[in-house]
Design a protein around this ligand. Sequence first.
Ligand SMILES: C[S@@+](CC[C@H](N)C(=O)[O-])C[C@H]1O[C@@H](n2cnc3c(N)ncnc32)[C@H](O)[C@@H]1O
Length: 240
Amino acid sequence: MEIQRTARRAALGERVLDAGCGTGIVARTAALHVAPDGSVVGVDTDEGMIAEARRLDTAGEVTWKVGDLERLPFDDGAFDLVLIEQVLQFIPNRERALAEVRRVLASGGRVVLALLRDLEFNRSYKVLAAVLDRHAGAEVGDMMRSPFAGPGAEGIFEELTRAGFREIGIRHDVLDVRYPSPAEYLRQEAASSPLAGPLGELDDRTLQALIADLDDALAPFTDDTGVVFPMETYFVSGYR
Ligand SMILES: C[S@@+](CC[C@H](N)C(=O)[O-])C[C@H]1O[C@@H](n2cnc3c(N)ncnc32)[C@H](O)[C@@H]1O
């Protein structure tokens, strides 16, 4: 999975920052790679995410901190590696965030980030967003679109170059994703995103109509095992 692809770039003894760590899966995985002499810090603006990350970190291997990528609460050159998994697309001022990432990296340090390709390359999500528009409102459909509204390959290359990163590498990756049914696809998407709130407020009839519509709309992505589609992501790296 993506998490493994970013986190496994962490090497023995490195000082790693997981920026926009959410509930901390990338940071906890990276901690396994840097032990015993390295260290991992997870930072996120959302206090709830940090509280949950702390709760899940039963081994106490990671230092957790509330903080903003646009104003990182760390000294210059404090890290060898900054991991950013599905976060940059949500940041209003990426120029400022990338300058901060560069500032906290030691000389020769690197940034590794994962970013979803846009909806044209993740078409099952385009279909899902349109179904959400119809049954839950355009605001909810747009929630589903937002993770795909990143800068794209050329955009991120330019932004990293402007921020002063060098030897920038961009890999385009395709992963097959499977769910046993459209309803389960919807349930799991909701469980791992802010969609849970508005979908939880729908009455039973609306929810059933939404699922019936989704069954039809996802027919091109359905086989005898359920829903299956390619998920396309950019993996990007650059050196300070
Ligand atoms: C889609 S989640 C990804 C979480 C985690 N990286 C993962 O892959 O599981 C995006 C995360 O970015 C965080 N985030 C958004 N803007 C941020 C900012 N300016 N500074 C730090 N974290 C931010 C959100 O709170 C959220 O936890």
